[in-house]
Design a protein around this ligand. Structure first.
Ligand SMILES: Cc1cc2nc3c(=O)[nH]c(=O)nc-3n(C[C@H](O)[C@H](O)[C@H](O)COP(=O)(O)OP(=O)(O)OC[C@H]3O[C@@H](n4cnc5c(N)ncnc54)[C@H](O)[C@@H]3O)c2cc1C
Length: 230
C-alpha cells in the first residue's frame, strides 16, 4: 500500500503499487476484488469489489476510492487497520461496466464513492483524446462530502466536451452550484427525448431512482449502464 489519504470524512483513496505481477491491464470502468484478511471478530478473509479509479496507463498502480460502511467487514479493515507499507491481495480486473463504442452523448451520474470509475474514465478520455460530449452529475448531501471538485472543474474548463455538475441535497450555505437530489438535478438538466447514453455508479437506491428519471426522459434500458455498489 503506497498511499492512503482522506477524501472526505468517510471516503479514502488508496494507491497500491503492484508487486506481483507488477502491472495490470484493464478497461476503465472495471473493478478489482480486494481481500480483507481475518482480523478482530472477522474469522476469515473476505473479498469485496472496488472500481479502479486510476487510468489504465498508470498500469503499475491501482487506485481505489472506498467509502466506510459502518459495521462493514472490508471497509472497517481499510479504515481502522490498513496502513501505508502493508501488502494487500487483489484479483481482477472484472466487470462489463465501460464506455460503449458509440459516439453518442453521455450523461454520468454518481454519488459518493461512485466517483471511482468516472475518475478513471475521464482521465483516460483526456489522455487519449476521446472527445465525446459528457455531462457528469455528482451528488452528495453536504459540501464536506464532495471531493475532486477542483480537479473536475479544471478538467471541465480545459475539455470542451466535458461538463461537471456537482449538486448538494442538503442546505449548506456558501454553495453556488446545483441543489437538490441528484436525480432531481438530472430531471431538470437533461432534456426530454435526449439522445444520450447514461452511466451510473453508486448506491442501489440512487441508481434505481436515476433509472426512473432516465426512463421518463425516454432513455431506454439499452442505453443505461450501471454498477450498483451493493
Ligand atoms: C461492481 C462493484 C463495484 C464496487 N465499487 C465500489 C467502490 O469503488 N467504492 C466503494 O466504496 N464500494 C464499492 N462497492 C461496494 C463494495 O464492494 C462493498 O460492498 C462495500 O465496501 C461494503 O463492504 P464491507 O465488507 O465493508 O461491508 P459488508 O461486511 O459486506 O456489509 C456490512 C453491512 O452493510 C450492508 N452494506 C454493504 N454494502 C453497503 C453499502 N454500499 N451501503 C450501505 N450498506 C451496505 C450490508 O448489507 C451489511 O448489512 C462496489 C460493489 C460492486 C458490486
Amino acid at each position: 500500500m503506497e498511499c492512503i489519504r482522506d477524501l472526505t470524512g468517510d471516503i479514502k483513496e488508496l494507491r497500491i503499487a503492484l508487486l506481483d505481477p507488477q502491472t495490470i491491464e484493464f478497461v476503465p470502468g472495471q473493478y478489482i476484488q480486494l481481500e480483507a484478511p481475518a482480523y478482530g471478530d472477522n474469522p476469515e478473509p473476505v473479498f469485496r469489489a472496488y472500481s479502479v479509479s486510476s487510468p489504465p496507463d498508470d498500469n503499475g498502480h491501482v487506485e481505489l476510492i472506498i467509502r466506510l460502511v459502518p459495521g462493514g467487514i472490508c471497509t472497517t479493515w481499510v479504515f481502522e487497520h490498513l496502513k501505508e507499507g502493508d501488502e494487500v491481495r487483489l484479483t481482477g480486473p472484472y466487470g462489463q461496466f465501460r464506455l460503449s463504442e458509440t459516439q453518442r452523448e453521455m450523461v454520468w451520474i454518481a454519488g459518493g464513492s461512485g466517483m471511482a470509475p468516472f475518475w478513471s474514465i475521464v482521465r483516460h478520455m483526456k489522455r487519449h483524446n476521446i472527445a465525446r460530449k459528457t455531462t457528469y452529475f455528482f451528488g452528495s448531501v453536504r459540501k464536506a462530502d464532495l471531493f475532486f471538485l477542483d480537479e473536475l472543474s479544471a478538467l471541465a474548463k480545459e475539455l470542451p466536451w466535458f461538463e461537471f455538475v456537482p449538486a448538494l441535497s442538503g442546505n449548506d450555505g456558501d454553495w453556488s452550484g446545483e441543489r437538490g437530489l441528484i436525480t432531481d438535478v438530472v430531471a431538470r438538466r437533461v432534456s426530454d427525448s435526449a439522445d444520450v447514453e447514461a452511466y451510473l455508479c453508486g448506491s442501489p437506491g440512487m441508481i434505481d431512482a436515476a433509472i426512473k428519471v432516465l426512463h421518463d426522459k425516454g432513455v431506454g434500458d439499452d442505453r443505461i449502464f450501471y454498477d450498483k455498489f451493493a
